[in-house]
Ligand binder design. Structure first.
Ligand SMILES: Nc1nc2c(ncn2[C@@H]2O[C@H](COP(=O)(O)OP(=O)(O)OP(=O)(O)O)[C@@H](O)[C@H]2O)c(=O)[nH]1
Ligand SMILES: [Mg+2]
Length: 551
């Protein structure tokens, strides 16, 4: 026996029976609602002074009968649509509006988030007879920002549009768009930034960098939004209205992912995930993701996994309640009261300890290698710089090594060392390093400590800068902040203004005058002789070896 859902409290049994009788009705599926069914609903609504609604499937059968209060209707849980779901639900909502009011925001949000075939509201006249019919259906992405098409018919008695034909056309269009999309097979994302300090320019450049990160991670960026805000929403970071809007846009544009340009607290991540049914990533997770995709050596892989686990640990949530309750009573010898969550946490912690131990071993081997190198008294030059500055290109240009250089962030994760013969047959070792980035995740700094340890042995740091990047000054500052935190600012450092081929000559000159250093083009192999000569004098100048610590 099918039951009535919703606000049935205080209804007489005769009224409940009449509501139940609704299940017996069928409508012609081509109509939004038949005049008979509309009248049945409005009469009931009029008497009960409550909204009454039905969910009708494509065959015209009534699957649910729902009672609300005078202003709204709470729908039964038919399950939210999956992110990226193309198909419509195959259910339409027809309900009454006691004052013949238009469709509400809630009605339309239900339409979109539940992917209903359509929503319709029949006005209840003073006599309890059906009046106007407001109805709406979803529209595909269209550039005008419309999520739905809303219209009004003066009465349920007149001719109604062929709903099945409308839905067929709509689904065909949705499928066409989806087919075009699945070709790429990449996850689709909307990027979200919140600017809390009023500095819009900086927020925009950070968002541009996030876009590059997303591209590097292989994510397709559908759109990005920047919200200026005084204070962060404690629950959702962004405003609730904005979140709802994002939700609707994601549904329409078949987005799977929201990527936040700021790190989310564990509870914010959870709340946003719950409110949207989308996968949520923040900046740190995106960077970790890239590192995970790119790590080549065993050590790199261990380090990335370690950083990921450390990031995930506080974000583990109670998954399945029934399961944890089941396991809660000391079943299976897992100790009294231990929940699944605690078991998960313990496993993660064990894995962390294990990884740390293995990384430690590798790191010790590395320092043995370094010590041998030092004993041979070969000075080390380390290339540092913001990600994508051209470090690997420079290493390749001066050593003919083949280190992967590409227009992606974090192309290099593993330190690469090459021998280089200096003009006077003097030998040095030159190392390429992982790129730096502003707000480098704390766990990653720790995880890549071993990699960066190479820098402690360097006799000279070449700080490579993409001189053509508008965010150049911020990037220099970010690199210097990290060098400072590693206690490396005392090392001799040479500023290398790369990509000079992208800048007008006078700007290059001005840069050299004000900031010193060398201007080069690593791809065009210009300025390299000057660079090497300067490095040579710094390293081998009379008496320099002592002051700069070459052993
Ligand atoms: N126009 C121009 N492009 C350059 C120059 N040097 C490097 N590039 C380009 O900049 C991009 C990044 O170069 P990489 O050498 O991979 O940069 P990286 O600093 O090693 O980057 P990560 O390892 O990702 O941190 C590539 O597309 C290079 O071709 C240059 O002198 N001029
Ligand atoms: Mg590189």
């Amino acid at each position: 026996m099918k039951e009535i859902y919703g606000n049935t409290l205080g209804l007489k049994s005769s009224e409940q029976q009449r509501l139940r009788n609704t299940f017996r009705r069928r409508v012609d599926p081509r109509e939004i609602v038949s005049a008979e069914l509309a009248r049945h609903l409005t009469e009931l609504s009029h008497e009960l002074n409550r909204q009454v609604g039905v969910l009708i499937n494509r065959k015209g059968d009534i699957e649910h009968v729902v009672v609300g209060n005078a202003h709204k209707l709470e729908l039964p849980d038919i399950g939210r649509a999956r992110a990226g779901q193309i198909r419509l639900r195959g259910l339409r909502l027809v309900h009454t509006h006691l004052k013949s009011e238009p469709l509400t925001k809630d009605d339309l949000t239900d339409l979109a988030l539940l992917r209903l075939d359509c929503v319709a509201a029949v006005g209840v006249g003073n006599d309890g007879l059906p009046g106007v019919l407001h109805w709406a259906y979803l529209v595909p992405e269209n550039g005008s920002g419309e999520f739905w098409h809303v219209s009004t018919l003066p009465s349920v008695h007149g001719e109604q549009p062929d709903l099945l034909a409308t839905l067929d056309a709509l689904e065909e269009e949705l499928n066409r768009k989806a087919a075009a999309r699945t070709v790429s097979g990449r996850e689709r994302a909307i990027l979200v930034a919140v600017c809390l300090d009023g500095n819009r320019a900086r927020a925009e450049s950070s968002l541009a960098e996030l876009k590059e990160l997303a591209r590097t991670a292989g994510v397709e960026v559908v759109d990005s939004v920047l919200q200026m805000k005084r204070e962060a929403d404690p629950r959702y970071l962004i405003g609730r209205g904005k979140l709802e809007d994002l939700n609707l846009r994601s549904m329409q544009s078949m987005v799977d992912l929201l990527v936040f340009d700021k790190d989310l607290t564990p509870s914010q991540g959870r709340h946003i995930g719950d409110a949207t049914s989308l996968k949520i990533l923040d900046r740190t997770q995106l960077i970790l993701d890239i590192f995970a995709q790119r790590a080549q050596t065993a050590e790199g892989k261990l380090q990335v996994e370690l950083a990921q686990l450390k990031y995930r640990l506080p974000r583990l949530v109670q998954g399945d309640d029934s399961l944890s309750r089941l396991m809660g009573g000391g079943v299976g010898g897992r100790g009294p009261g231990e929940t699944k969550l605690e078991i998960d946490r313990r496993r993660v912690r064990e894995r962390i300890t294990n990884l740390e131990r293995r990384i430690d071993v590798i790191s010790r081997e590395r320092s043995v290698r370094r010590a041998q190198r030092n004993r041979r008294e070969v000075p080390v030059i380390s290339i540092v710089g913001y990600t994508n500055a051209g470090k690997s290109t420079l290493l390749n240009a001066i050593t003919n090594a083949e280190v992967l250089a590409e227009d992606k962030l974090f192309a290099t994760l593993d330190p690469t060392s090459r021998r280089l013969r200096f003009p006077q047959e003097r030998e040095v070792i030159i190392t390429d390093t992982v790129g730096f980035i502003r707000d480098l995740p704390k766990d990653l700094v720790a995880a890549f400590r071993a990699t960066l340890e190479e820098l402690y042995d360097a006799s000279l740091l070449l700080h490579v800068v993409d001189a053509s990047d508008p965010a150049r000054d911020d990037q220099v500052e970010a690199v210097e902040t990290i060098l400072n935190s590693l206690g490396l600012m005392e090392k001799p450092r040479l500023m290398v203004w790369n990509k000079a081929d992208q800048l007008p000559a006078d700007e290059v000159e001005a840069l050299l005058r004000s900031r010193g250093g060398v201007a080069i083009s690593a791809v065009k192999r210009e300025g390299l002789a000057t660079l090497l000569a300067k490095a040579d004098t710094t390293l081998f100048a009379e008496g320099a070896s002592e002051s700069i610590g070459v052993v």
